[in-house]
Design a protein around this ligand. Structure first.
Ligand SMILES: CC(C)(COP(=O)(O)OP(=O)(O)OC[C@H]1O[C@@H](n2cnc3c(N)ncnc32)[C@H](O)[C@@H]1OP(=O)(O)O)[C@@H](O)C(=O)NCCC(=O)NCCS
Length: 180
């Protein structure tokens, strides 16, 4: 399967080990991670392990990741994570959309543009039936993306995670594949 996706302004492509240096610069930025599950990277070995995990997830069909490239330079990562095909006899075919864009490239519509194409790829090429998104209640930029992508809010989870001495709520959204 060809995973390269061209959008109006961006190239989306799967990560490779030689991306580690570029990704390290972005992933060591303290401004990026307030609402993310990880801490800023302080050494390049961490970034290398992450990239290896991203590549493995794709091989195992439990997650798909795309480097968001602007003029061939990586500016962020958009992913379909926690992909579930089945639970015992139930067919699930669901994944969670997650995204980050380097702080100096934010506010230009890149996350929305990349996400739109990846959602389409997920439904058409990966045979997903549903895509979900969860964002911290305070994360207004992410909330805006969910709205722009026409996701429907289905839950407000209280005290969903603890970070930096504080419990955060998560807002959950879903988008179901449209029948053609
Ligand atoms: C969330 C994130 C990916 C958005 O990336 P981006 O490329 O800047 O997103 P877009 O430009 O496509 O859309 C952001 C929207 O939020 C809006 N926005 C930005 N700051 C805002 C604020 N303080 N208040 C309200 N809206 C705001 C923008 O105006 C834009 O909406 P618009 O197109 O209607 O103007 C980026 O901020 C990021 O990487 N944050 C850190 C990681 C993160 O929190 N990831 C999400 C985890 S759920």
């Amino acid at each position: 399967m060809d995973f390269n996706i061209n959008t109006e302004r961006l190239l989306l492509r799967t990560p490779i080990l030689s991306d580690v240096d570029e990704l390290f610069v972005l992933m060591s930025d303290i401004k990026l991670i307030q609402f993310l599950t990880w801490e800023p990277h302080t050494n390049i070995e961490t970034t290398k392990e992450v990239v290896q995990r991203l590549i493995l997830a794709q091989q195992n069909d439990n997650g798909y990741h795309w480097c968001v490239c602007l003029n061939y330079k990586i500016i962020g990562l958009v992913s379909l994570i926690d992909l579930r095909r089945k639970v015992r006899t139930w067919i699930i075919n669901r994944a969670e959309l997650s995204y980050w864009i380097g702080s100096q490239f934010q506010g230009k519509g890149y996350a929305t543009e990349a996400s739109k194409s990846i959602i389409n790829f997920g439904f058409q090429n990966l045979n997903l039936h549903k895509i979900i998104i969860a964002h911290a209640a305070e994360n207004i930029e992410s909330k805006r993306i969910c709205n722009k992508l026409n996701f429907t809010q289905y839950a407000h989870e209280h005290d969903a995670f603890f970070k930096n001495n504080k419990w955060y709520d998560l807002i959950w959204y879903e988008l179901i594949k449209v029948k053609k």
